[in-house]
Design a protein around this ligand. Structure first.
Ligand SMILES: Cc1ncc(COP(=O)(O)O)c(C=O)c1O
Length: 384
């Protein structure tokens, strides 16, 4: 099957040039059927639905994420978002040892990650400029190293192996945010020997909101004791026992009642990623992001993403003049992409996009600038 044959599975591609898969991946039509299956279960099976799959979904859906990120079964659990997943990781280290209370992270981390660590009064947060500087900043005082596989602003792939190696030398733990890589850039958390990995499904996994995930290295999952817990983390949740006894493995990193409707919606996107295979998706993505770079070069636009394919994720950041206003005009023309301050327009094609859509989008940016069509949007605020 050709990759473009998958286009018919994504209804929004009929009406738009959908190049915003780094922000909200296109919805597979099958996601709607699965949400209807959720309501059917609720309507017809009622309370019995918990025993017919609902209760275990945080783990079973987590196992499907695990297959995509190279995690063994039973090591990945579902949560609402990255902020919660990271908060659970931090909670494992409470009370914080005052001699090992440092968090070293990169300024390119996503705000959820930055804000969460900044807000913990007992942690000493050190912010550094890039992946190289992280390695240098890690020492015996370092407790956690929250890093990002692919930076959200520039799609820069980070040298995570060197960071993990250095962190482990001094007994620190690495928390890898793989939100911008899962589903588009190959990732093998087991081979990397990373301690924790987090991400979500809104973007390249095309799984929709409410489907964050947390991987914990199996040997750590046996010994760590999260202090942010709920009854799903208990060894015998239906015993309703007064004292907490942690479940084995990743289940102890669960909290309360799972987000069942979101979990139903999520798997349609994951199924397609598994069916096509991440290597094939990456090969197409490298080719298409190179095509975008070539088109930008021809048009004379600055390219903010790495030119070296080995360092480039799935998005190309285009530093076109007046990019905020140009973005607004593109949206009115049904060309969906976004922009980030100080970065430019972000264009994120996925496996179902065609080369001619990319050519069309860049040609439209050129036309919008040349014709002055962007001028009426100058000064307008946009959020997405
Ligand atoms: C790298 C990265 N991490 C995290 C997030 C989102 O964090 P949260 O799940 O807390 O909304 C995003 C984008 O929304 C992202 O690009």
């Amino acid at each position: 099957m050709e990759l473009t044959d998958y286009r018919e599975r994504f209804p929004i591609l009929r009406d738009t040039t959908y190049l915003i898969n780094h922000s909200l991946g296109a919805m597979p039509a099958a996601a709607e059927e699965r949400v209807l299956e959720f309501t059917r279960m609720w309507r017809e099976r009622g309370i019995r639905a918990w025993g017919e799959g609902w209760w275990e979904m945080s783990m079973t859906v987590g196992d499907q994420i695990g297959r995509i990120i190279g995690a063994p079964p039973g090591s990945t659990v579902m949560h609402q978002n990255v902020a919660i997943a990271e908060a659970i990781v931090v909670s494992c280290f409470r009370p914080v040892d005052p001699h090992r209370n440092r968090v070293v992270y990169e300024e390119g981390n996503f705000p959820s990650v930055r804000y969460l660590y900044q807000a913990q009064p007992e942690l000493d947060v050190v912010v550094v400029a890039d992946d190289q500087a992280i390695v240098e900043a890690i020492d015996e005082r370092t407790l956690l190293v929250p890093i990002t596989h692919v930076l959200f602003k520039t799609a820069d792939i980070q040298d995570i192996e060197a960071i993990i190696r250095r962190a482990h030398e001094v007994g620190a733990h690495v928390v890898l945010d793989a939100y911008q890589s899962a589903g588009i850039v190959p990732l093998d958390v087991a081979a990397l020997n990373v301690d924790f990995a987090v991400g979500g499904s809104v973007k390249w996994l095309c799984g929709g909101p409410g489907n964050g995930w947390l991987y914990v290295r199996p040997d750590l999952a046996e010994v760590l004791e999260p202090t942010f817990v709920g009854w799903q983390a208990h060894a015998r949740p239906f015993g309703f026992e007064p004292e907490l006894e942690y479940a084995d493995g990743a289940a102890r990193f669960l909290t309360g009642t799972p987000n069942v409707p979101a979990l139903y919606a999520a798997t349609a996107g994951y199924d397609l990623i598994e069916e096509i295979g991440i290597e094939r998706i990456r090969e197409n993505s490298v080719r298409q992001t190179q095509l975008l770079i070539d088109l930008c070069d021809e048009a004379g636009f600055e390219v903010g993403s790495p030119r070296d394919a080995a360092r480039r994720g799935g998005t190309v950041t285009v530093g076109a003049p007046h990019f905020e206003a140009v973005h607004k005009e593109l949206a009115e023309r049904q060309i969906l992409c976004d922009f980030r301050p100080d970065a430019g327009i972000r264009i994120g094609p996925h496996y179902f996009n065609t080369d001619s859509e990319l050519e069309f989008a860049v040609a439209q940016i050129v036309e919008i600038l040349e014709s002055g069509a962007y001028e009426r949007h100058l000064g307008a605020a946009a959020r997405f």
